[in-house]
Every structure is written in C-alpha cells, then in structure tokens.
Design a binder for this molecule. Sequence first.
Ligand SMILES: *[C@@H]1O[C@H](CO)[C@@H](O)[C@H](O)[C@H]1NC(C)=O
Ligand SMILES: *[C@@H]1O[C@H](CO)[C@@H](O)[C@H](O)[C@H]1NC(C)=O
Length: 412
Amino acid sequence: MTNRSSLSAILLFLFFSASSAEHNVRTERISGSAGDVLEDDPVGRLKVYVYELPSKYNKKLLQKDPRCLTHMFAAEIFMHRFLLSSPVRTRNPEEADWFYTPIYPTCDLTPTGLPLPFKSPRMMRSAIQLISSNWPYWNRTEGADHFFVVPHDFGACFHYQEEKAIERGILPLLQRATLVQTFGQRNHVCLDDGSITIPPFAPPQKMQAHLIPPDIPRSIFVYFRGLFYDVNNDPEGGYYARGARAAVWENFKNNPLFDISTDHPTTYYEDMQRSIFCLCPLGWAPWSPRLVEAVVFGCIPVIIADDIVLPFADAIPWEEIGVFVGEKDVPELDTILTSIPTQVILRKQRLLANPSMKRAMLFPQPAQPGDAFHQILNGLARKLPHDRSIYLKAGEKVLNWTAGPVGDLKPW
Ligand SMILES: *[C@@H]1O[C@H](CO)[C@@H](O)[C@H](O)[C@H]1NC(C)=O
Ligand SMILES: *[C@@H]1O[C@H](CO)[C@@H](O)[C@H](O)[C@H]1NC(C)=O
C-alpha cells in the first residue's frame, strides 16, 4: 500500500512536469551522432539507377491486391515510387553509385491480410537472373553495389518463424547486396553487416488525423496494447516474445501504473499521446510498429528486445530517447521506470518533440525532406565510395546460383 501511494505521488509530479515541458515547446537539438546527420540532404551525394522490370515483379502484384499498400511492409512499394521521381535517380547506369531492383517480394497476402514471404526467394532469383543477363552491372560486382528493400519479418531470410528463417539464412544471391530491412538484431544470421535498418511502415495520414493538442497532460504512466500470448502459434508459451510479453502481463496486470490490455481501442493513438512510457516489447520479431507510433506521439519507447538494432541507429540516438529494459528484467519494470529521474524523463520528451525524429520514422506521400526515404538514401550515401575490392575480375564468380533449398530454384 505504502509503495502504491508513493508511486502515485511520483506520477502526479510527472504529469505536471511533463505537460509543462511540452507547453514550453522547447525542442532540444539532437546532439552527437544524430542531429546533423538526420538533416542531411542526400541530393548530390549519390546517384541511383532504377532497373526497369516487367510489371509482374511489382505493379501487377499490387493491382492484384491493393492491401499491400497499407500493411507494415509497404515501404517496398513506396520506396519504388519515391525513387522514380527522386532527384537522386539517374537514367545513365554508367554514372550510378547504386542499383535498385524494384520488386515487391512481400505483396502476397492471405485472405486475412498476412503477408507471406514464400514466393519471395523465387521472385528475387528470377529478377536477378533478368538484370544480370540484360545489363552488365550485376556481374561486375555480383550485387555489391545493388540494394534491395526486403522489409519482411526476418528480412531476406524470407520466413516468419525465426527457427526456419535462421535455417534458411539470407538468400544466397543477396549475400553481397545491401539489404534495406526492418529486421534488426545483433549477431543474427538474418542481419548482414552493412544492412540498413528501417522503421516499419505506419500510415502517416491516419496518425496525423489522430493528433491531440500538445497541452493535454500525459496521465497514463505505462501504456501497452497488444498480445501477451500467441496461443494459436505458441500453445505451450515461452517462444512468443521469448516470454517477455507474458511476463509483462503476469507481473503488472493489476498494477495501477500499467494501462495494459489486449483490447485495441479506437482511441489507441490518442492514448499514446496521453502516456509517458509506451512499451515496445518484441513479438515474433524484435521490432513492431509501436516504436514508430511511440516516437511520433512523443511517448518514451520502453524497448524490451535484447540485441535489437533500431532503425537508422547510426543517425538516431536511441539510447537518449528511449529506455532499454533487458528481457529478463521485465519483472522489475515498475521499479526501473519509477526510478528514472524526472529530469531524465523531461529530456527524453524534449528530444522526442524534435520534428526531425518523427519525420525520420515515416514514409509520407508525398515525401518530405528528412523522412524515412531520405534517411535510407543518407544511409546509402554514407556507404560511398565503394571499396574497389567489390569489383570482380573478368569472369570471376563468387555467388553460388544453385545454393539454397531446392524449392527456391523453381522458376517464378
Ligand atoms: C552475367 O553472368 C551470367 C552467368 O555467368 C551470364 O549468363 C550472363 O550472360 C552475364 N551477363 C552479361 C550481361 O554478360
Ligand atoms: C552450390 O551449391 C550447391 C547446393 O548446395 C552445391 O551442391 C554445389 O556444390 C555448390 N557449388 C559450388 C561451386 O560451390
């Protein structure tokens, strides 16, 4: 009881401080690795050649199922549209720094809208076969100056179950390419060094439409909506979220500081704007759209996903913005969060209020300077110039075209 009432006192204090900080609208410049880098203009720093592919690799897939435009992997489509009209695009492949193959590997949905990656390996293989026989650029490097957008759960491992994804590994033909992917976890076979980790796609207009006045106090201490268990896919428990979400529920379901539930209310976006901390635990994969939502709505993300590699981690100071809690420390979550000094909370909120942070998390239509499209280009520009060693000798081959599961070798 004593414990609870002292927590309530902390909470009351925080509401006042936090809301008055937002009143001041004093946004803090993001120092260190971030601020300047997020504002970089990629134009003039790189040239991208967009291969022309038959529409069966992209537009036809979308025509067949327009829902591909709204799921959390839609960046593969919007990045294509963005590049077509971007000033970094060059029509002269001889002067290109990077080659982009416009292919929508995740646009294959179940009736309930779940994107499946099972056809992706064959589709990728087919597209690479095509570009490597019609243009000389692939063979020059076997893909080392090519990038691919592969936003599915485990990126170019193309499976949504981690064990299977690990077993498959990154598609052999993509092993020299730069992969632009949402999946990010250190020391994992599905994340190559040099990949660019991006935020999942979240609908910018919809989020914009739910903005509430910034002076509304943050009266919720900890907020979370989502699954704690996945009984269909993990009936015994323990695999899903490596048990971390179950631990959140079991430890804090009756704690008044925790507003947590599986119900997804219509006021979900508004609630995040009324919260101080938003839990971003891993699910089947380490990342989720909650991270984007938390940043956009100024709610401090509490990241519970050991070894996660966060979007644009070389440009955004996640350690300063968010709170990182080890998966094994979930039972201490209440103590961890209530012992963060108010000054630290206020500073994180000021950093989150910086518009450059929010822009970097979104793929708006039309694109805007500093948005996620531009951050991807900045990431590609930072990898230039290419090391001379990427260029193979005449006739030299490194990749094995017949490696991988036999099912992947069937024509697409
Ligand atoms: C690239 O290499 C492949 C496999 O060796 C070959 O079939 C293809 O014709 C080459 N492409 C070009 C443009 O020479
Ligand atoms: C390529 O991979 C296949 C399948 O794993 C293997 O049988 C073959 O020996 C490999 N080829 C080379 C040149 O390593």
